[in-house]
Structure formats: structure tokens, C-alpha cells
Ligand binder design. Structure first.
Ligand SMILES: [Zn+2]
Length: 264
């Protein structure tokens, strides 16, 4: 049995403060990542998490213990379990919040961020949501993936904002980065760190293609009825996950509907 993930120091530059919001979709809770260059007095926080004052206090304690202060907050995407506290955290820290869209100071693919020696590159990885970003820490070949790749199980495509075709391209992009050695470890938005990202990303892609084949087969029998497809294809998945599975099925049905038919 895998030991439960409790957060803590993951790499010399990255520490996880686990938010107290465990659940079927959030695993042990949301991972709030504190990033800093060793010896620096400034840090970057990725995903302050749900609006929970105690959690934000704990994040600030971890930062203070390192003799640092927060000078930038980043969001992997706008879902509430990652971003609900962004405004409150900005009040507490005085640090700006950057993300894709949602009224924050926009980030774009390929942006480079530098904070007292800490270097981060923005990698757009849409699919789970349209605004999903990953952050590359080149000094450690580490990729922070938010909900694009999780520490356990697989991620979902939150249709209609999320899109399967975009998600598959994002997985492909991360797979290339693992193949070249640019990424050797993943720090996800939920669950434990991933130390064999090449294998995990390949599994994600294969799993997506397997599911897609199952959805295609089920839809041929039941028609494009999402609930009927969920009951057929996700029979092995706990019912608590069916609402999420339903969104993934809608994403897959949309993907299949856009597919060129035979002979086209
Ligand atoms: Zn999440």
C-alpha cells in the first residue's frame, strides 16, 4: 500500500503545504507549492488553494520559517480548490497573483519568471481546463502540473471548458519534455510527487486512448447519451467520481463528434 501523501519538502527548491480539503477529486487535498532558491529571501507560491484561513496561515508559517516572504503567487488554473484563496492571499502577502485569464495579470506560454535567482518557465497545458498552466523549474528539471497530471490515478477533462484534443496535445508536449530529460520529476496539484514522469505521462495518454475506444464502442450501442456511456464505461470507477467521469465522457463525445468519419 502506498503511504498517504502529507506534503512537506519535495526538492531543494519546492515544499508542499497540503490543504485540508481531501476528497474523491482532490485526493489528500490541494498541494500548495512554496518555491524558492536556496538562501533566498523571496518565494513564489503556486496555488494557495481553497479559501481556508488556517491553511493560508500554515503556508505563511512555512515561508517565515525559511526567513522569506511571498513576492509572487501563481495559479495553475482557476478551479476553486486551487484558486479560491488567491484574493485573500494577495491581501495577506501584498504579492501579485498571476494566471491565465480570470482577471489576474496574465501569463502566457513561454513566459520566463525570475525571482531572486529562482527561474520558472510557463508551459501552457490546456485540456483539464482552458486556462491550465504548468510551471517548469529548469534548475531541477521539475514540472508543476496542477490538475493536468496528478500524483495518483488519472486526471479529468472538465468539459466544456476543458477539451480532450487540447489535453492530448498537452500530454504529448509533456511526454516530449520527459523524453528529452527536460522534465524528470512532476509536482502535481494533488497527490504525491511523480518521480517517473515518462512512464506516467505515457500511461495517461494510453489510458485516455483506451477510454476513448470504450466510449466510442459504448456510444455505438447507447447513442451519445453521456449517462448511459458513464454507466457502461466507468462501471469500475467509484460512483463518487461519476459526475467527473460524466464531464470527461462529454469531452470524449465532443472529440468523437469532431472526428472525421470513415472514408472522409
Ligand atoms: Zn484540483
Amino acid at each position: 500500500m502506498t503511504p498517504a501523501w502529507a506534503g512537506g519538502e519535495a526538492t531543494p527548491r519546492a515544499t508542499c503545504v497540503l490543504a485540508p480539503n481531501p476528497g474523491a477529486m482532490t485526493l489528500e487535498g490541494t498541494n500548495t507549492w512554496v518555491l524558492m532558491e536556496p538562501g533566498s529571501a523571496q518565494c513564489v507560491v503556486v496555488d494557495p488553494g481553497p479559501l481556508d484561513e488556517r491553511h493560508l496561515e500554515r503556508v505563511l508559517e512555512v515561508v517565515a520559517l525559511r526567513g522569506a516572504r511571498v513576492c509572487l503567487t501563481l495559479l495553475t488554473h482557476g478551479h476553486l480548490d486551487h484558486a479560491a484563496s488567491a484574493g485573500r492571499f494577495a491581501e495577506l502577502t501584498g504579492a501579485p497573483v498571476r494566471a491565465l485569464g480570470t482577471g489576474h495579470d496574465d501569463l502566457g506560454d513561454g513566459d520566463h519568471l525570475r525571482v531572486e535567482g529562482l527561474e520558472l518557465a510557463v508551459v501552457a497545458t490546456p485540456g483539464h481546463t482552458g486556462d491550465s498552466l504548468s510551471f517548469l523549474l529548469p534548475a531541477e528539471n521539475v514540472l508543476l502540473t496542477g490538475d493536468t497530471i496528478l500524483g495518483r490515478g488519472t486526471a479529468m477533462v472538465a468539459w466544456p471548458d476543458g477539451e480532450l484534443s487540447a489535453y492530448l496535445l498537452s500530454l504529448q508536449r509533456i511526454e516530449v519534455m520527459t523524453g528529452s530529460g527536460e522534465v524528470t520529476q512532476i509536482l502535481p496539484g494533488h497527490g504525491p510527487t511523480v518521480s517517473d514522469p515518462a512512464r506516467v505521462v505515457r500511461y495517461y495518454r494510453e489510458h485516455r486512448m483506451d477510454r476513448l475506444a470504450q466510449v466510442r464502442a459504448a456510444a455505438a450501442v447507447t447513442g451519445a447519451d453521456a449517462d448511459a456511456v458513464v454507466e457502461t464505461v466507468y462501471i469500475d470507477v467509484p460512483r463518487a467520481l461519476w459526475p467527473a467521469a460524466r464531464l470527461s465522457v462529454l469531452a470524449q463525445l465532443a472529440y468523437l463528434a469532431a472526428e472525421p468519419g470513415p472514408g472522409q
